[in-house]
Design a protein around this ligand. Structure first.
Ligand code: GUN
Length: 299
């Protein structure tokens, strides 16, 4: 039976470290880490995510502001808000919640965020730094960064000689995950919907990261015995067994099936999810340290 990787506990460890370090920074410099979260429109899932981010930031002792803008907000207005936040010395991290309404060019908004405050790690400067191994000064997207920390807890920092397969090639998860694993010396393959014999490829993986958004796609016979499996998927599926109209969350991995083969496996919920928000706090703390020329802690 696989070890269940307790993302909730590991995220709490990260948040405790952030809290301590934030208190030390405030004591030493008078600078309080500040985060601004911007949300445009009424998407209920986004509203929950944003509220959680604000709550966690306050728990960490941060200065936290939320800008809630109506659905019909114009692109120029949003650009102006981001520019104002770029210039605000009390704000060290800026997060514009995605997706944005269709009439706004998300790419333009992301590239307007100062790379020094881009705690999502989506700006081209940070993407380029990660791609070239400049990890000391980059911001790395929170979900792959958190997934990497879970892998680190199971296998250590040096993944020399291990085969990693990342299923999914998104800019937010798949590609940065590829770069992180490579930076830790793994031999990495990215698989996607056009890959031939996906189960066969996955069976070769000592580390398997699933980020495709297909509920319970990865089955036991896709997994190498003893592999470390990281499930980034969050899918809501019908759960009639819980009552009419009820739903539940599942990952991209069939947990019960894969648990009989894997060495270690993240659950959904309670695996990668809590790590994402913890790493956002860590990135904001790092941004605040860099703003005053102090060496940030490592996570
Ligand atoms: N929407 C869903 N996940 C994310 C994320 O990590 N960052 C931002 N900005 N928006 C999101």
């Amino acid at each position: 039976m696989a070890v269940t990787i307790d993302g909730k506990q590991i995220a709490e460890d990260v948040v405790s470290k952030v809290k301590l370090s934030a208190a030390e920074l405030i004591e030493a410099t008078g600078v309080t880490p500040g985060i601004a979260v911007v949300i445009v429109g009424e998407d209920p899932a986004s509203q929950v995510y944003v509220a959680n981010k604000g709550r966690k930031a306050r728990e960490c002792g941060f200065h936290s502001v939320q800008h809630t803008l109506p659905e019909q907000t114009g692109e120029e207005e949003l650009v102006k808000l981001v520019e104002t936040l770029n210039a605000d010395p009390a704000i060290h991290g800026i997060l514009v919640q995605l997706p944005l309404p269709k009439h706004i060019d998300s790419g333009r908004i992301i590239q307007t965020i100062s790379p020094d405050k881009d705690v999502d790690g989506f700006h081209f400067i940070n993407v380029g730094k990660l791609g070239t191994g400049e990890l000391e000064t980059a911001f790395v997207p929170c979900t792959p960064e958190g997934s990497m920390l879970l892998i680190d807890r199971i296998l250590g920092r040096d993944l020399s000689g291990l085969n990693a397969v990342v299923v999914g090639r998104s800019n937010i998860v798949g590609k940065p995950m590829f770069n992180l694993l490579l930076a830790h010396n793994a031999t990495v393959t990215i698989a996607h919907s056009k890959t031939k014999d996906l189960p066969g490829l996955c069976r070769n993986a000592d580390i398997l990261v699933a980020a495709v958004g297909r509920p319970q796609m990865i089955k036991a016979d896709w997994v190498k015995p003893g592999a470390t499996v990281i499930d980034v998927g969050i899918n809501r599926i019908p759960a009639p067994e819980r009552g009419e109209g009820k739903t539940r969350l599942v990952g991209d991995v069939d947990f019960a099936d894969v648990a009989s083969v894997a060495g270690a496996l993240t659950p959904v919920p309670g695996g990668v999810g809590p790590m994402t928000i913890a790493m956002l706090m860590a990135n904001t703390l790092v941004a605040a340290h860099r703003s005053v020329g102090k060496t940030p802690p490592r996570f």
